[in-house]
Ligand binder design. Structure first.
Ligand SMILES: Cc1cc2nc3c(=O)[nH]c(=O)nc-3n(C[C@H](O)[C@H](O)[C@H](O)COP(=O)(O)O)c2cc1C
Length: 241
């Protein structure tokens, strides 16, 4: 790789087992500062992080997320929320119900989170996102007392890695990086990638599988539907207009 930053980014992989060593407050502050340095649409700064230090709440959140044990094990667990409630408190007359607001909130929050991920990694820490939180999004909302216009998008476990998983191969560049116009899928390249993924899944240390990538897409997408999300969004004040 050409420099340390790119190398660091390309070496990232999700960590699902952590040492008990806590983070120092300096480390936490540095990660938050890096997270807040992310760009923000119209500088609206519409993201909020909730650090979960209450062990009972942590266990509840782990349960709501499908009993993912590393949520309890990780020294830090943060919930990233798209947040327009701050703006609502400043001026209750601003219209916040348009679909665009949802997009802006999700984009800002995700940019902030990924900055936190890379900052944590630069400190020798590992992370994993927890979208499983949305399995029980209404219960998470209640547990964290999230008001209207606040949307818990995902959690993030942070801590020193207690495992060393392989890097997961990505789609070939030609399938995701086009010039000037959209390109139909190149099936030959896809087949090569499937074979690479079959090899990766078949040889990794834990959770070995026999599938490739494209043969599991339909199953993966249909099992993650969370049909209740639209209703939930409406209740929280999102995309009602
Ligand atoms: C928004 C988001 C939510 C995710 N939710 C979970 C989760 O609930 N549990 C989990 O173990 N991994 C979760 N992941 C991690 C992905 O499974 C992982 O990033 C993907 O398989 C690629 O592997 P890598 O991160 O090791 O490169 C999530 C990732 C993202 C971006």
């Amino acid at each position: 790789m050409t420099n340390k930053t790119i190398d660091l980014i390309c070496q990232r992989r999700s960590i699902r087992s952590y040492k008990s060593t806590p983070l120092t407050s300096e480390q936490i502050n540095e990660i938050i500062q890096a997270a807040q340095s992310a760009p923000s649409s119209n500088f609206l700064q519409c993201a909020t992080i909730i650090r979960i230090t209450d062990s009972e709440k942590r266990s509840e959140l782990a349960h709501y997320s499908g009993d993912q044990s590393y949520i309890v094990q990780a020294p830090e667990f943060w919930v990233f929320c798209a947040d327009f409630n701050r703006h609502f408190q400043i001026d209750a007359t601003i219209p916040l119900e348009k679909a665009e607001q949802l997009l802006v909130g999700c984009i800002d929050t995700t940019l902030m989170a990924q900055n936190a991920v890379i900052a944590a990694q630069s400190l020798g820490l590992g992370t994993v996102y927890i979208g499983g939180l949305r399995n029980n999004i209404a219960k998470v909302t209640e547990l964290l007392a999230l008001p209207k216009y606040v949307l818990p998008l995902f959690g993030l476990c942070i801590g020193y890695p207690d495992q060393n998983p392989d890097i997961k191969p990505r789609l070939p560049k030609q399938l995701v990086f086009f010039e000037n116009h959209y390109q139909p899928i190149n099936h030959q390249l896809l087949a090569q990638y499937d074979s690479q993924m079959r090899d990766y899944y078949g040889h990794r240390e834990i959770n070995q599988k026999t599938n490739g990538w494209s043969d599991k897409i339909a199953e993966t997408i249909s099992k993650g539907q969370r049909d209740f999300v639209l209703n939930y969004l409406h209740k929280q004040g999102w995309i009602t207009k």
